[in-house]
Design a binder for this molecule. Structure first.
Ligand SMILES: [Zn+2]
Length: 285
């Protein structure tokens, strides 16, 4: 991972550190579509009274304070809610944020991906365990990073991504007007969904034959067999935590559905393929 560097003005951080680096503190910039480099530029000016070690956006990672200097990102004159994590023993990482039409902050998948890469690299470098990856909120109760404070699932997904090597994201799916939210694995822009989640959305019964290792989904017309875990697989699957995750569009295709994006409820919808609807009409006659 390439780390660009633009070190902040010396009035914005404390030179040197006596304590070992033990914590990584995640923040958000509370801006709308800002860039990592611009944040570094901002801290080039004196007397900003704050700082962070790294800024992450969709494309780049920029360092503003050296790891062995103390940045001012999670200090407070008020109460600390974390018994150990302080500026003195932590590295502060700021994620550039976006704002949706309702004014809610969010991170793009690309920014999260880059942050996962940076955090994993720092965890290895300083031997930091997963429980020492914290939000600014966990230290001072500040609403930071808002996308990970207002949505605990998103924060859990972020930490799962650090442990599993997969990036988990929350996605809405809809079928026949029913909208459901599922955690899916995002790999190179493709979403992999838990088979049983998709079966649930599409009102399918799911059963597993341990002898043949075949997962059966009862379809409208016949039993569609989705084989996973052997060379005969018809859909690609990822096994994580004992669950099979398959590419959403692969499974939809096998089941006779096409997918699309519904902007009204911000969901990926499933619709029976036209050829199947036609068959259904003929069948009804
Ligand atoms: Zn913060």
């Amino acid at each position: 991972m390439k780390i660009n560097k633009l070190i902040a003005h010396s009035s914005n951080f404390t030179k040197g550190r006596k304590q070992k680096i033990q914590f990584l503190v995640i923040h958000y910039t509370a801006n709308n579509g800002d860039l990592a480099k611009s944040n570094c530029n901002y801290f080039k000016s004196p007397n900003r009274n704050a700082s962070a070690h790294y800024f992450v956006d969709e494309k780049e990672v920029w360092q503003s304070v050296e790891d062995n200097d103390i940045a001012w990102h999670c200090g407070t004159s008020g109460k600390y809610y974390h018994s150990k994590c302080r500026n003195d023993n932590a590295i502060g990482i700021e994620l550039c944020s976006e704002k949706d039409s309702k004014g809610n902050y969010y991170f793009t998948n690309e920014t999260i991906n880059n942050a996962v890469g940076l955090v994993k690299m720092l965890m290895e470098k300083y031997n930091i365990p997963i429980e020492n990856i914290v939000r600014h909120y966990d230290v001072t109760h500040k609403n930071c990073p808002a996308p990970f404070v207002n949505n605990n699932t998103a924060w859990d997904n972020f930490k799962d991504s650090l442990m599993e090597g997969y990036m988990f994201v929350e996605r809405n799916y809809s079928y026949n007007g029913k909208v459901k939210s599922f955690n899916v694995i995002n790999e190179n822009g493709e979403n992999f969904i838990k088979v049983r989640d998709l079966a649930d959305l599409l009102n399918k019964n799911i059963s597993y034959d341990s002898n043949t290792k075949i997962t059966n989904l009862d379809d409208i017309f016949n039993n569609v067999k989705v084989e996973v875990g052997n060379t005969k697989t018809t859909v690609q699957a990822i096994n994580s935590g004992g669950f099979n995750f398959v590419k959403v569009r692969d499974l939809a295709d096998v089941l006779g559905f096409e997918t699309g994006y519904n902007e009204t409820n911000n969901s990926i919808f499933f619709k029976l393929k036209k050829s199947i609807v036609d068959k259904l009409k003929i069948f009804k006659k």
